[in-house]
Design a protein around this ligand. Structure first.
Ligand code: 13P
Length: 345
């Protein structure tokens, strides 16, 4: 394992003022997103939208890396330059989603475990794919576990199965020179309280580090954590204030994650664009110590406005999409140092 390379990559991904753009929606998810704004999905439609996003002027000042999907890492910009080469030429690290989705967890209705380590259907096994992605220019990877809260959920079996898979994936990536983003996402869906979210998040974090450190020998300074923030479920009548979200999230992380970790990059998980930015800003502004850079790896909170603008050709289409993306990227870049405020929106 090349620990120096892994640590340098992790540090570059959480460089001051920068964060990650998650543009790794699977074809199924991207089709839903495009159709949601009235655009028909095809390989070319997905390429055109994303290539335009990546070509946004000056986005490298706020974007350290982009997570790609398998289809996209093999695609090119309009001038024929491969997308990973193009991103590298802008000083943006290409990353790759390597999980292949979720399956039902046997014996636990409503719970899922993420797959992607063994060969399946058209996919090679994970070590083979990591090697190929590294050769294509990728320097980091992502694997997302989904943890639902509900009656008896998450079960211990769900926590263990997903923690094991996250740690196993992380080790395989590191052996191939890719920094693993470890993403155990506790979902916002449901009427659960913030306390329920705190408990579920704490449990999955503790188990994940147990598997990383004691079973798979993951090099933590060469890995990033991509957690959810501590939020009440979207249908819960009692929502936290932004300050409470920031405080509980930092407390949860500092209590349940190792200090050696290479950094923390939050997911947005369905929060509004402004909430995702405001929460990150508060965490970075707060007078509470934490040993890591706290950054972003947002999908929807960086892309929602850009996608909507892309679909509206009368209002400028491609250029308006870049303007919308540049604005969200700038807002989140400012939130990295607690320098965002509402008047900038
Ligand atoms: P969201 O920010 O939309 O949650 O996406 C981040 C991500 O990569 C989910 O896996």
């Amino acid at each position: 394992m090349d620990k120096e390379l892994l640590e340098a990559t992790a540090a570059a991904l959480v460089a001051p003022g920068k964060g990650i753009l998650a543009a790794d929606e699977s074809n199924g998810t991207m089709t839903k997103r495009l159709e949601g704004v009235g655009v028909e999905s095809s390989e070319e439609a997905r390429r055109a939208y994303r290539a335009n996003l990546f070509a946004t002027p000056d986005c490298e000042s706020a974007v350290s890396g982009v997570i790609l999907y398998d289809e996209t890492i093999r695609q090119s910009m309009g001038d024929g330059t491969s997308i990973p080469d193009y991103l590298n030429s802008r000083g943006i690290l290409p990353g790759i989603k390597v999980d292949t989705g979720t399956i039902d967890l046997d014996g636990h209705p409503g719970e899922k475990v993420t797959k992607g380590i063994e060969a399946e259907d058209d996919w090679n096994d994970l070590p083979t794919r990591c090697k190929e992605y590294f050769e294509m220019g990728a320097r980091f990877a992502k694997w997302r576990a989904v943890i639902a809260i509900g009656d008896g959920m998450p079960s211990d079996a769900c926590i263990r199965a997903n923690a094991d898979a996250l740690a196993h994936y992380a080790r395989i990536c590191q052996d191939a020179g890719l920094v693993p983003i470890i993403e155990p996402e506790v979902l916002m869906k449901g009427a659960h309280t913030a306390q329920d979210c705190l408990q579920a998040t704490s449990r999955i974090l503790v188990q994940t580090w147990e598997y990383c450190m004691n079973h798979y020998g993951v090099h933590l300074p060469g890995a990033l954590l991509k957690p959810n923030m501590i939020l009440a479920g979207e249908d819960c009548p009692e929502q936290l204030s932004r300050e409470e979200v920031a405080r509980m999230t930092v407390e949860c992380l500092t209590s349940h994650s190792p200090t050696e970790l290479g950094g923390v990059v939050f997911l947005s998980g369905g929060q509004s664009d402004e909430d995702a930015t405001a929460h990150l800003n508060l965490m970075n502004e707060m007078d509470v110590g934490h040993p890591w850079e706290l950054s972003y790896s947002y999908g929807r909170a960086l892309q929602a406005a850009a996608l909507k603008a892309w679909a509206d050709e009368e209002e400028g289409g491609a250029e308006a999409s870049q303007v919308a993306f540049a604005h969200r990227a700038k807002m989140n870049s400012l939130a990295r140092s607690g320098d965002w405020n509402l008047s900038l929106e």
